[in-house]
Write a protein that binds this ligand. Structure first.
Ligand SMILES: *[C@@H]1O[C@H](CO)[C@@H](O)[C@H](O)[C@H]1NC(C)=O
Ligand SMILES: *[C@@H]1O[C@H](CO)[C@@H](O)[C@H](O)[C@H]1NC(C)=O
Ligand SMILES: *[C@@H]1O[C@H](CO)[C@@H](O)[C@H](O)[C@H]1NC(C)=O
Ligand SMILES: *[C@@H]1O[C@H](CO)[C@@H](O)[C@H](O)[C@H]1NC(C)=O
Length: 675
């Protein structure tokens, strides 16, 4: 059993080095010290996994004529062997090394157990300068299979659990009904799972209570500085009832590879810190009438972090919330005060702004005061201050006598540096006590995992000379592989669906007449669902939100007319909207392989009434590329190619490209499964 106080101290300090034992962090299985014969060869050798050696504090004077890393299966180093490429994967003659640490991978998928020795060897003089022998029966570190999760409740089950390396655990075919009150992946020390332990973020980095899992294979990462060697058990634990729902015991002295996950140094000076997501922390201090808040997040340069007080006194609710949207633009930091009146980016509704809007656009006042903003090691750290009781009466008050519900989100900034639909947000209530008796510290170190770039979904395209009528309705814009990846635009959360496809590219011929049957909603009081269809030469749309000057630069081709009171949309229709079922979680949209698979899980509801008809006849004055969009909201539509004849087949996708994309996706998927 390991010492609990050590573990506690690891988590409650931010020092990245604190897992280090006397000889540093776990490096794999120690093979031994290099035997040194000539040229000041020295160093320690570890087996990282079946194929990889780690040389630690390696030195060599570089004076050999024809010297290489050399390995073989003969009884001792000699001409029968093969070159092991250097730390850069090269077969160059070795240069001088002084006290260097690096890994070497054996060539041609050879395993450490396939060789008898590893040497620093001069081929010309057939001289061994240093070597190490691989013992008989040597077992290099490799992933370890543990028993299945032993289920106690909530129909939890899994196939084998595998410890992939010092920080990652894979649950195969994991099932959990999602019905416990407050279940988490939970780790700790001691003879059996207990409520004293540490939350493990789910496979997406969330710290919310676990969702339902219907036979999924997932990999979770042990948080912060902790490694598998610090722990005795892994469990699915209900914190509300203090019940262990299913668990495994972690064997002592596991022979697993070290973790490649990097721990990112980040020091936090404020007394309280709550980890909101694996990649987001909020810390704060209340002093007199003001609160200083620091958001630290592992986010992209084009992403914002939002944090604030919930719009409801008894749950975490975005509508009505009072949030700071913080980001860094170049060298300048922002923590802008926003007011959220609807679940959509800010739009003009009957002359007034609604949605996620800056306070000063809705008659409020930006009362946040920026302190500092830096970006270090891929982490944005933004500190701002505001009064507990803001001079802006629309703002919420930070309570000091009771916990308060909060909201947070991470998402992309749009083309105007306004927050677009969030990619990360909690689905459960979160309460924070801002003036606790003892400082709250649940934060752990940020870790950087090699990100698997997910291929975009194949794009939707309508290239069919027989189609003259398009049904235009509204649906979700999918995750990072969908609308955002295909158009490279941010998203409002919803997009146009045309003839059952998400924001497809269309090919229309000059001289033919086409009709769009518009089902975008016709209630102008709705901030989320009032979408007249327009066609312009502007890729972004949201015409109504733009300034007069911006509007004057756009060529309107259909859907907008000018009146004395300014531009007006001409075609609206009743709302038809596809949406996620309440039991689905749109944060998981990226797990679908393509749009069709997502589409199958959606439900479509339509208001009664006839659609509005937007009729167009592109003519020679139309540019070759125009865009369909919403009059009110930006980034909902996509391209229309205007062609002179449909035989311009080269403009349309070739089948093999699509197949290629699909196979790449399959490959990416397999790689993901494999990892
Ligand atoms: C879970 O899915 C795998 C295939 O991915 C299947 O072999 C297995 O039988 C499923 N288990 C259950 C309990 O449905
Ligand atoms: C948001 O704006 C509305 C309308 O101006 C106002 O009634 C409300 O108090 C504001 N809320 C916040 C949190 O600023
Ligand atoms: C998406 O679903 C709708 C029904 O809700 C269907 O009409 C449409 O054809 C589907 N699209 C695709 C590409 O399967
Ligand atoms: C071409 O189309 C534009 C926009 O739809 C229209 O204003 C214009 O009158 C048309 N020109 C001709 C010659 O029909």
């Amino acid at each position: 059993m390991k010492c609990l106080s050590v573990v506690l101290c690891l988590v409650f300090t931010f020092s990245p080095g604190s897992t280090q034992e006397d000889d540093g962090p776990y490096k794999g299985k120690f093979l031994g010290k290099l035997n040194s014969y000539h040229h000041q060869v020295s160093g320690d050798v570890y087996a990282v996994d079946e194929y990889t050696l780690l040389l630690k504090s390696f030195s060599y004077d570089g004076n050999g004529a024809d010297t290489f890393f050399w390995a073989g299966a003969a009884n001792r180093p000699g001409p029968q062997g093969f070159i092991v490429t250097d730390e850069h994967g090269k077969t160059n003659v070795l240069d001088r090394y002084f006290n260097k640490d690096f890994t070497l991978t054996l060539p041609d998928q050879k395993k450490i157990t396939d060789i008898k020795w590893f040497a620093i060897y001069d081929i010309w003089s057939q001289n061994t300068f240093g070597d190490i022998y691989i013992p008989e029966e040597f077992e290099p570190p490799t992933k370890q299979r543990i028993s299945q999760l032993i289920s106690k409740k909530n129909s939890i089950s899994s196939d084998v659990v595998e410890i992939l390396d010092a920080k990652r655990i894979q649950l195969k075919d994991f099932i959990y009904d999602g019905k416990a009150k407050e279940a988490y992946f939970w780790v700790g020390v001691g003879p059996q799972p207990a409520s004293k332990g540490f939350k493990v973020p789910d496979e997406y980095g969330y710290l919310d209570p676990l969702r339902q899992y219907k036979n999924e294979t997932i990999i979770v990462e042990i948080p912060g500085d902790l490694t598998i060697f610090d722990l005795d058990w892994f469990s699915v634990f209900d914190l509300a009832t203090h019940e262990n729902l299913g668990s495994i015991l972690i064997p002592e002295a596991l022979n697993v590879p070290p973790s490649l996950i990097k721990i990112i140094p980040h020091k936090n000076d404020l007394p309280n810190c709550v980890q909101l997501h694996k990649d987001l922390q909020v810390s704060w201090e209340i002093f007199g009438p003001a609160v200083t808040i620091q958001l630290a997040g592992q986010v992209g340069e084009d992403e914002y972090m939002a944090f604030g007080l919930s719009g409801s006194p008894d749950s975490s609710q975005m509508i009505g919330s009072d949030v700071a949207v913080s980001y860094i633009d170049g060298y300048r930091g922002f923590a802008t005060d926003y007011n959220i009146t609807a679940l959509s980016p800010c739009v003009k509704v009957l002359g007034q702004y609604k949605g996620v809007c800056k306070d000063d656009m809705v008659g409020g006042q930006d009362t946040n005061q920026m302190n500092t903003a830096v970006r270090e090691n891929g982490i944005n750290i933004i500190t701002y201050r505001r009064q507990l009781i803001s001079p802006d009466h629309g703002d919420k008050e930070y309570p000091t006598d009771a916990p308060a519900y909060i909201v947070w989100a991470i998402g992309k900034l749009d083309q105007n540096k306004e927050p677009a639909f969030h990619d990360y947000y909690p689905k459960h209530d979160i309460k924070i006590e801002f003036m606790p008796k003892e400082p709250i510290k649940t934060c752990f170190s940020f870790t950087k995992t090699e990100e698997i770039v997910q291929e975009p979904w194949p794009k939707g395209q309508i290239y069919d000379r027989t189609i003259r009528v398009f049904n235009a309705y509204i649906g979700p814009s999918g995750g990072k592989r969908a609308y955002q990846a295909i158009t490279k635009h941010t998203t409002a959360g919803v997009s146009w669906y045309i003839n059952g496809l998400m924001a497809p590219e269309l090919w229309l011929r000059r001289g033919l007449t086409y009709g769009f049957r518009v089902f975008g909603g016709n209630n102008p009081h709705s901030a989320e669902y009032y979408h007249p269809l327009i066609i312009t030469d502007d890729p972004y749309g949201g015409f109504d939100k733009l300034t007069e000057e911006q509007q004057s630069k756009i060529r309107v081709l259909a859907g907008v007319e000018y009146t004395r009171r300014g531009p007006r949309a001409t075609v609206t229709g009743p709302l038809c909207v596809s949406s996620h079922k309440p039991t689905e979680d749109r944060r998981l949209d990226d797990t679908f392989l393509n749009f069709k698979k997502l589409n199958r899980t959606l439900i479509t509801t339509c208001e009664s009434g006839d659609p509005g008809i937007l009729e167009i006849t592109p003519n020679s004055s139309w540019p070759d590329t125009v865009y369909y969009n919403s009059f009110t909201q930006s980034n909902m539509g996509w391209k229309i190619h205007i062609v002179d004849t449909y035989s311009q087949r080269n403009e349309a996708p070739q089948i093999f490209i699509t197949l290629n994309v699909i196979s790449t996706i399959l490959l990416a998927f397999c790689v993901k499964q494999f990892l």
